[in-house]
Design a protein. Structure first.
Length: 300
């Protein structure tokens, strides 16, 4: 039931993003169309519409659904209310690995890490189990885990899958975030964060990995494919599992990657599929070259 409420709140926020490009008096369209735009069931869409009627954002009379007023910040649910249990672990875990420079061979105690992240032990364990098949984390007796490095072969295989998935997902991103896209406002907001990072002080670029993870998550989510979406959540950790990277030119790499993201985002917002594909290919090629040149490879 809690998961259903989180999904409901997430879909409310998504529909509000869609309404951001409309004017009072505009009609929302049919339930089937809304369900397709939000990638939700009609039952969920009806619940979302009923909620927005209660908030006075829309009117709903039979098949006619009309925007009464532009939604404001108070109509949205807080981000924390829409995040899944795994997302509650993913952010803190990523920050811990990146900012803490956790070395290979580090032993993780489930209870200690769960206390650090303020999540149930069962939630943390479920999150860690996702990485065991990849060979990045190894389960030991007595609820201990060991962080391990990754090999060149692992990186090659990982990138081959990443390229296939993200190139396929790009068409979905163009549909969802192009000139008439339902999630265009979300991508515009993400663009503003990239631009601010690019224009800010050099030290601010250290915050790029989290922004990078969000961008690629949005891209993969646009594929509307549960396997691609699940892989993207896992790959965001793996790609940034760079505690062993040579950080000598980290700020330059981050600045270059921000510019590459902006090129993709601008092409998507313009609805230019060819330019977006070219920009994505360039970004993937750079990311691959950077990883292979920067990682201190483990043996094996």
């Amino acid at each position: 039931m809690a998961r259903d409420r989180k999904l409901f709140k997430l879909q409310v926020n998504r529909l509000i993003d869609r309404l951001a490009g409309m004017r009072p008096g505009d009609e929302l369209g049919a339930e089937g169309e809304l369900a397709a735009d939000l990638d939700a069931s009609r039952t969920t869409v009806r619940a979302v519409l009923a909620h927005l009627v209660e908030q006075g954002v829309i009117s709903w009379d039979g098949r006619r659904k009309v925007l009464r007023r532009n939604p404001g910040p108070g109509d949205r649910f807080d981000e924390e209310e829409t995040r899944s249990r795994q997302e509650l672990v993913e952010g803190p875990f990523l920050q811990w690995v990146l900012q803490g420079d956790v070395p290979p061979g580090t032993t993780i105690n489930e209870a200690e890490l769960a206390r650090r992240f303020d999540v149930p032990v069962a939630t943390l364990r479920e999150f860690l189990i996702r990485f065991e098949p990849f060979g990045l984390i190894e389960k030991r007796p007595n609820r201990h885990w060991v962080l391990k490095g990754f090999t060149r072969d692992f990186a090659e295989e990982m990138f081959a899958v990443r390229e296939m998935f993200e190139r396929r997902a790009l068409a979905g991103l163009l549909a969802l975030c192009g000139p008439e896209g339902a999630r265009r406002a979300e991508l515009i907001a993400l663009r503003a964060e990239h631009a601010a990072l690019c224009a800010g002080p050099e030290a601010a670029l250290l915050a790029f990995p989290a922004l990078d993870a969000r961008f690629h998550h949005l891209l993969c989510e646009a594929a509307r494919n549960r396997f691609i979406a699940d892989f993207s959540r896992t790959i965001s950790i793996i790609v940034h599992f760079h505690y062993r990277w040579n950080k000598r030119d980290e700020l330059r790499r981050n600045r270059d990657a921000v510019a590459e993201h902006l090129a993709i985002i601008d092409a998507v917002l313009d609805g230019d599929a060819a330019r977006a594909a070219q920009a994505l290919d360039h970004h993937l090629a750079t990311a691959y070259t950077t990883l292979m040149a920067s990682v201190h490879w483990a043996e094996g």
